[in-house]
Design a protein around this ligand. Structure first.
Ligand code: A2P
Length: 338
């Protein structure tokens, strides 16, 4: 059995990865529709041995697709996801548009696969924020074993999370600055090359950014535990692909670093790289970029807290943080539900 799939935002950083991963994992596609704005209409994209011609989303008839992978921004999802769902196309939405609606499932397959069944409510499944996904994949086995009261996390997020223009901005600024030429920031409010910006998404009334609050709201919803306290600082760094996170947790019961390492070594979707020597830890560029697992290293007990544990968590934000997670949801959807 095959499924006709529409990729909305097919010319973007995540959309391209969605097509790549559908092909790589041999998802049982029938027709594949590459949709983007009118600006890209007629562009050609390779998919396995086919050539897809990009179509204008505004003119697409969603009766033709059974599954829609959306990654063209929140306002596009707000407008088109309900139209697609009404036409019988199940939407897997990578934007934040529907994530916090009570009747919309928010799914990380390694953590809460059964929530996919709630797609029936509105025909939409939300894909979480990239930083949240990799963190909950790493924390789920620890949560199940000893509970988690509180999470302190600082992120080091790659520019690909802001899309293609941001990838270009980092490349251009780097080249210009190394050649002694002046630069003018466009996508980000300050220079991103050779710099770190403690600001992702908009500022909210409580002084946190929306990216930070996404990690609070989404962690609770995915883990199904409103009592987990989460205190994030989200930072954009001059890395192209791969988010890193310094995660500090306080568990309900004490867990040793050795026990945590053993749990993580057999956890689905996780790869432990934790030798206490130079290079014995994962990084965005050398391990995560272009690969599927969530890498965990620097596992150690917190010397400042009796039930504290520290971890370094790294993953490809475009793959596990977005496109891969969406395709994994689609795989479960067709296996169990449609
Ligand atoms: P387009 O390339 O035609 O602008 P990124 O996150 O890398 O910036 O990519 C955003 C994706 O969302 C692109 O595929 C882009 O298509 C798509 N997109 C942006 N605006 C619209 C729109 N109004 N209608 C359909 N797709 C859109």
């Amino acid at each position: 059995k095959t499924y006709d799939v529409a990729v909305v935002g097919a010319t973007g950083a995540v959309g391209e990865a969605m097509l790549e991963i559908l092909a790589e994992r041999d998802f049982p596609v029938g027709e594949v529709y590459a949709l983007a704005s009118a600006r890209s209409e007629g562009e050609k994209i390779r998919f396995k041995d086919r050539t897809l011609v990009v179509q204008d989303l505004a003119k697409f008839d969603f009766n033709k697709a059974r599954i829609g992978l959306f990654s063209a921004g929140s306002s596009i999802s707000a407008q088109y996801a309900p139209i697609a769902a009404a036409a019988g196309c199940v939407v897997i939405d990578n934007t934040s548009q529907f994530r916090y609606d009570d009747d919309i499932p928010l799914v990380v397959p390694e953590v809460n696969p059964d929530d996919i069944a709630l797609y029936k409510n509105r025909g939409i499944i939300a894909n979480p924020n990239c930083s949240t996904i990799q963190m909950v994949v790493a924390l789920k086995p620890i949560y199940d074993a000893v509970g988690i009261e509180r999470i302190n996390v600082a992120t080091y997020q790659a520019v690909s999370g802001s899309g293609k223009e941001a990838i270009e901005e980092l490349a251009m600024q780097t080249a210009y600055l190394l050649n002694g030429k002046p630069i003018e920031p466009k996508v980000y409010p300050k220079q991103i090359a050779f710099n770190c910006l403690p600001h992702i998404d908009v500022f909210l009334d409580n002084g946190y950014t929306k990216e930070e609050m996404k990690m609070v709201w989404e962690t609770r919803k995915i883990m199904g535990d409103e009592s987990i306290q989460v205190n994030p600082t989200a930072v954009r760094v001059p890395v192209f692909y791969g988010h890193s996170e310094a995660v500090h947790i306080e568990t309900r019961e004490k867990i040793s670093a050795d026990e945590a390492r053993r749990l993580l070594e057999k956890a689905p979707g996780v790869e432990v790289l934790d030798k206490r020597e130079p290079g014995g830890y994962p990084t965005a560029v050398t391990e995560a970029a272009g690969r599927d697992p969530v890498y965990v290293g620097r596992i150690r007990e917190d010397i400042s807290h009796p039930r504290g544990l520290n971890l370094w968590v790294v993953a490809d934000n475009v793959r596990k943080g977005a496109a891969l997670n969406s395709v994994q949801i689609a795989e479960l959807l067709v296996k169990r539900h449609i």
